[in-house]
Design a protein around this ligand. Structure first.
Ligand code: PEP
Length: 252
């Protein structure tokens, strides 16, 4: 049947109890008929219990936007995978470019976060992507390979089996500039081929989402590409009609 597609919302640091409730109620009711695709929302930490209570009996899963690489201890301000698992998180984004660029997370730390998530049966959504400068200087593939290889080197290629990858070109995040379907497809294919060099089955099965200014108006043509298995959606995941349209466009 092929790979089940995923649409994951990344709310970033947005929301309030009232706004979240209104958004989640309509997303749950309007995506109920979604078939052969999963819908996930990655919410700010304090709203995870709210997401759990509103979503636990629904088809929508919830997750976190970051996770500590540590399991417990003197790490002020951090949140462990064990804590997230207690609140039913099934997913955690790791290595989002905002974490890499604004909070200094390097490839090794991201790989450790990936490992911590999996140790608690949380599916990491591993974000990979190049900056505009790196793309223009012809380094995009090298950068993405380095981000991917850090996880493979630490955990082995089989670890990717219980994960999702999101290709998010930094120049397309929150900028309104989307990669063309062909540009995205080329990188998705590159990522899949790189995994296939070590394990073809893992490469065939892994879901690779595209992220970067995905909207209802461009989702269909992106998701139609053979190696694009859904989307990681920032800004548009906060707008009910946009997010619902993207979800409904992402069915096999
Ligand atoms: C993101 O934050 O992962 C993202 C893709 O943001 P946006 O859709 O707003 O570009």
């Amino acid at each position: 049947m092929g790979r089940t597609k995923i649409v994951a919302g990344n709310w970033k640091m947005h929301g309030s109890l009232d706004q979240n409730q209104a958004l989640l109620e309509v997303v749950v009711s309007e995506t109920r008929s979604m078939q052969n695709a999963s819908c996930v929302v990655c919410v700010p930490y304090p709203y995870i219990p709210q997401a759990k209570s509103l979503l636990q009996d629904s088809h929508v899963a919830w997750g976190a936007q970051n996770i500590s690489q540590h399991h417990q201890g003197a790490y002020t301000g951090e949140v462990s995978a064990e804590m997230l698992a207690e609140f039913g998180c099934q997913y955690a984004i790791v290595g989002h470019s905002e974490r890499r660029l604004l909070f200094g997370e390097g490839n090794k730390v991201v790989a450790e976060k990936f490992k911590a998530a999996q140790q608690c049966s949380i599916i990491p959504i591993l974000c990979l992507g190049e900056t505009l400068e790196q793309r223009e200087s012809g380094e995009a593939e090298q950068v993405i390979a380095g981000q991917l290889d850090a996880v493979i080197d630490l955990l082995g290629v089989e670890a990717l089996e219980r994960s999702v990858i999101a290709y998010e070109p930094v120049w397309a995040i929150g900028t309104g500039k989307t990669a063309t379907p062909q540009q995205a497809q080329d990188v998705h294919k590159f990522i899949r081929n790189r995994i296939a060099m070590q394990n073809e089955r893992v490469a065939d099965d892994i879901r690779i989402l595209y992220g970067g200014s995905v909207k209802a108006s461009n989702a269909v043509e992106l998701i139609a590409m053979p190696d694009i298995d859904g989307g990681l959606i920032g800004g548009a995941s906060l707008v009910a009609e946009e997010f619902i349209s993207i979800c409904m466009a992402t069915q096999n």
